[in-house]
Design a protein around this ligand. Structure first.
Ligand code: GTP
Ligand code: MG
Length: 204
């Protein structure tokens, strides 16, 4: 990653169990969502060039709260709990748990949401369903494929293509799409440039 694109300083602000406990700030906020274990917390660490800023685990269900991190005193990254983790109760397992739904629908300074998709998988109904609900809630989002290092390029592009095809069954156009690997530190610069572009646009 070039020096210019780097995040200079970042600090943990707080963990909140509901949207009205979230920090009182109007800084632009960028949140990461996706199935448990897809790599949300790892991606935040990659973007910040820090190993353990957001807690990660090889077991799904690690992140349980809404975690705010403030970047360069000017914007926030938000690590959210995953959806679809099979060993929590059925109610919590739904793709649209109350904590997430209220945060996504009510957080006024949420500038963009990134939906993370494991690049190794064929299109999963649970992800497509989640995205569908975003559409119904008119919540703008981008797609970020994770774990790019786990596949050969040809397999990765076949899965990305299949996902696009599945989305186009319900959507007229595709959102911005990013491909990343937190392990290999791949794709972070594009994401940061995109985030900074949104912030600049809003300021203009
Ligand atoms: P929850 O908080 O449980 O919802 O999970 P999460 O989406 O935050 O996932 P997390 O970042 O904790 O990563 C889950 C596991 O995937 C960990 O073992 C990570 O090391 C691994 N992982 C995350 N990103 C990558 C990646 O890009 N490549 C590889 N190979 N492994 C990754
Ligand atoms: Mg996590």
């Amino acid at each position: 990653m070039s020096k210019l694109a780097r995040i200079h300083n970042v600090h943990f602000v707080k963990s909140s169990s509901r949207v009205n406990e979230c920090p009182e700030t109007d800084l632009p906020e960028f949140a990461f969502i996706g199935r448990s274990n897809v790599g949300k917390s790892s991606l935040i660490n990659m973007l910040c060039d820090r190993k353990d800023l957001a807690k990660t685990s090889s077991k799904p269900g690690k992140t349980k709260l809404i975690n705010h991190f403030e970047v360069d005193e000017s914007w926030c990254l938000v690590d959210l709990p995953g959806y679809g983790y099979a060993s929590v109760s059925k109610k919590e397992r739904e793709t649209w748990p109350k904590m997430i739904r209220n945060y996504l629908l009510q957080r006024e300074n949420l500038y963009a949401l990134f939906v993370l998709i494991d690049i190794r998988l064929k299109p999963q109904p649970i992800d497509l369903e989640f995205i569908q609900q975003l559409g119904e809630g008119e919540i703008p989002f981008s797609i970020v494929f994770t774990k790019q290092d786990k596949l050969k390029p040809s397999e990765a592009s076949a899965n990305v293509k299949a996902f696009k095809r599945a989305m186009l069954e319900n959507w007229e156009s595709l959102p911005p799409i990013f491909i990343t690997s937190s392990t290999k530190k791949y794709g972070g610069e594009e994401l940061l440039t995109y985030i900074r572009g949104i912030i600049e646009e809003a300021r203009a």
